[in-house]
Design a protein around this ligand. Structure first.
Ligand SMILES: O=C(O)c1ccccc1NCC(=O)[C@H](O)[C@H](O)COP(=O)(O)O
Length: 215
């Protein structure tokens, strides 16, 4: 159990999105380098967005089965990036960029997360998302009871979260962090500053409730 649940606001595309996330207390922002996504950004745009981040707020670069040249171009342009592999990448493909990375697991009945975690032994943590077409960013919740005890690395709970369900999600799963994209948008791909604030406030409320219950 962490002292406070970290927050990643994913799929930011505008300076105002970054500012809203930082202002609301997010710990990380997600920059999507997957062209089919309505949240996809160019390397140049991502560099400018990441440059707005204050110290200790992390840019996370999100890839889906990208080629090495694309990943290396991003890493050459944006210092301090944490990688997030959200496709069918194997461990070797994740490791070869010599950067810390998160590996996404698309949760469904029968999926062996402990075996998955053992296969990605160098991952800094696992983004647990719904198993959806298009790999992610779908705004769909998965059954959190599918998460087994004993995952020895930080869990980033993701998939269909929003201000109205994130307290229950944190109470049930006790993740290291929560990650959200659709749930803080006014329409697909358009971030909403008030929704970002509501989401982050709800995470703080969840942390306060857990602290009070454990006092
Ligand atoms: O954000 C996307 O458009 C996206 C597209 C393809 C693969 C992953 C994508 N996002 C990855 C994330 O980390 C999202 O925050 C995560 O899937 C949760 O999204 P949502 O359910 O919309 O909150």
């Amino acid at each position: 159990m962490t002292d406070r649940t970290r927050i990643k606001i994913c799929g930011v595309t505008k300076p105002a999105d970054v500012d809203a996330a930082v202002e609301a207390g997010a710990d990380a922002i997600g920059l999507v380098f997957y062209p089919p996504s309505p949240r996809a950004v160019s390397v140049a745009a991502a560099r400018a967005l990441a440059a707005r981040l204050p110290p200790f707020v992390t840019p996370v670069g999100l890839f889906v089965n990208a080629d090495d040249e694309q990943i290396d171009a991003v890493l050459d342009s944006i210092p301090g990036m944490l990688l997030q592999f959200h496709g069918d990448e194997d461990a070797a493909e994740c490791e070869r960029h010599l950067h810390p990375y998160l590996k996404a697991a698309r949760m469904q009945p029968g999926f062996d997360l402990l075996d998955f975690a053992a296969r990605f032994s160098t991952a800094r943590g696992f983004v647990l998302d719904a198993h959806v077409e298009g790999y992610g960013g779908a705004g769909e919740v998965f059954d959190w009871s599918l998460i087994p005890p004993g995952v020895q690395r930080p869990v980033v709970l993701s998939g269909g979260l929003h201000a109205a369900n994130v307290i229950r999600a944190i109470e049930q799963v006790r993740p290291w962090a929560v990650d959200v994209s659709s749930g803080v948008e006014s329409s697909r791909g358009v971030k909403d500053a008030a929704a970002i604030r509501r989401f982050c406030d709800a995470v703080r409320e969840a942390d306060a409730r857990l602290a009070a219950a454990e006092a």
